[in-house]
Design a binder for this molecule. Sequence first.
Ligand SMILES: Nc1ncnc2c1ncn2[C@@H]1O[C@H](COP(=O)(O)OP(=O)(O)O)[C@@H](O)[C@H]1O
Ligand SMILES: [Mg+2]
Length: 242
Amino acid sequence: MVKLISLGKRFKEVQAVDDLSFEVKGGEIFGLLGENGAGKTTTLRMLATMLKPTSGTASICDLDIVKQPSEVRKHIGILFGGEAGLYDRLTARENIAYFGKLNGMDDNALKKRIDELSQTLDMEEFIDRRVGKFSKGMKQKVTIARAIVHDPEVMLLDEPTVGLDVTAARTLQDFIAQCRDQGKAVIFSSHIMSEVERLCDRIGIIHKGRLVDIGTIDGLKQQYNNSNLEEVFIQLIGGKSA
Ligand SMILES: Nc1ncnc2c1ncn2[C@@H]1O[C@H](COP(=O)(O)OP(=O)(O)O)[C@@H](O)[C@H]1O
Ligand SMILES: [Mg+2]
């Protein structure tokens, strides 16, 4: 469902992402694991068509991210940590509907879908209130609903649990697992080992923009003869640093 083909991005002298190639299938959670500055956000921004690659490309649902960005956008749900970007003066429902309309949904489909999401995400109490005074957890639910209102096949999540309290982080992790169970392809970045271990079917470890290794968590542990993922990670990136 998602295929990176020698994907690369250079910012002047910095090769932020270097020749990345891997595939993620439907019903799979793929974790992009790397330290700060490893190139996770840049990779996800390219997949999300927010940033043009300087080399290589990727396809999402067989659509090329460089040649067919607007088509690609219909198939992806994006959740980037930190920035909520909600309109305070609109209600939760209006915020979500606004995005649905941008994705070409009609009023009937939208109403049905938002009611459904409101129920599954437990937002019924505040769905018709303005988001301005919402707590962080409430805003988070609205951003999740907004990201999936058009029922995308592919979810791109950049450190989505950063800054969330334990409960909100768990809600989000449950949501990510649900996406997988619905057959979506999920790519999410993180540097939190426990969350990666709990959620991911496969991981790719990136360091200085390059894919250092890729595999299932158990597979990598076996390969490096270490039952501690964090130690495997440090071994892998430690061995590669200057
Ligand atoms: N807009 C930009 N201009 C210049 N350099 C950038 C830009 N965005 C990211 N970089 C650089 O690219 C590298 C990868 O950054 P990033 O993808 O944000 O890493 P991560 O998300 O893994 O922390 C870093 O060295 C960063 O400084
Ligand atoms: Mg980042």
